[in-house]
Design a protein around this ligand. Structure first.
Ligand SMILES: CC(C)(COP(=O)(O)OP(=O)(O)OC[C@H]1O[C@@H](n2cnc3c(N)ncnc32)[C@H](O)[C@@H]1OP(=O)(O)O)[C@@H](O)C(=O)NCCC(=O)NCCS
Length: 219
């Protein structure tokens, strides 16, 4: 996980400001919302910033998530729990900051399947929707998945979430035959989408090298 530098900031519940993770943009994107969106990678010490956005997301879009606001409030709302969430092994937790305000979030986590990463906790606040923030977040999780040599990026989405489905389809995710979690109605399930990640010849070579460099389980 990228190191974060802490300095004072009080925007949107952020008491600590992680260093912007990515320097953008390519010149043709200058001036667009893409260029104006900063991505901050959060670690456990930034739990309060993640908490503020995640609670807002669960309250604003309960239809979109398997987790509920109730599960993360009251007894469920504890610093060590938020820290543990951000400290999840191999996770990459990102918030999008537009015009100085946190407006979106997403995580990449290792999936149970080998060589597979999963995109979770995707949310863009209503006022920032339709401006490409979702694209930025997906792009960053895809970049991270590439970096860790995942072959596939998968995600689960509610079947009645057209905005999310449109975004994911636009990014090349397609339906799989994997069964998603059962929904509260006991009949429908989450849809599981996946995208195969492409590697050029050079990165395949480095992927093979990194696999060969891994210690064998018996070593
Ligand atoms: C799904 C979500 C992340 C999309 O983020 P975004 O930054 O608005 O993404 P985009 O700008 O690419 O818009 C995606 C789709 O949302 C719809 N959309 C566009 N503008 C919108 C707006 N102002 N308000 C609502 N939906 C809008 C469009 O269908 C668009 O698809 P299209 O561009 O192919 O027509 C965001 O709507 C969101 O956080 N929703 C609630 C939480 C959620 O559904 N999370 C996903 C869990 S799997």
């Amino acid at each position: 996980m990228a190191a974060v530098r802490i300095c004072g900031d009080t925007h949107g519940g952020l008491s600590r400001r992680p260093r912007p993770h990515i320097r953008l943009p390519s010149p043709h994107l200058q001036g667009s919302v893409w260029a104006m969106t900063e991505l901050w990678v959060l670690g456990p010490d930034n739990w309060s910033a993640w908490r503020a956005l995640r609670l807002t997301a669960l309250a604003e879009a309960p239809y979109a998530f398997g987790s509920t606001l109730a599960e993360w409030q009251g007894d469920g709302d504890r610093e060590e729990r938020w820290r543990a969430r951000l400290g999840m092994r191999g996770s990459h937790n990102v918030i999008a900051v537009l015009e100085g305000r946190p407006v979106g979030m997403a995580s990449g986590v290792p999936a149970e399947e080998p060589d597979t990463a999963e995109l979770i906790s995707m949310w863009v606040g209503p006022r920032a929707r339709g401006r490409g923030v979702g694209d930025r977040l997906i792009g960053e999780i895809e970049r991270w998945a590439h970096q860790r040599h995942a072959r596939k990026l998968m995600l689960s989405v509610m079947p009645d979430n057209p905005a999310a489905l449109a975004l994911y389809e636009r990014h090349g995710f397609t339906a799989t035959d994997k069964l998603g979690d059962l929904l509260p109605d006991g009949e429908r399930r989450e849809l599981v989408l996946a995208k195969t990640l492409a590697y050029d010849a050079d990165s395949l070579t480095s992927r093979q090298a990194s696999r060969q460099a891994r210690p064998s389980p018996t070593a």
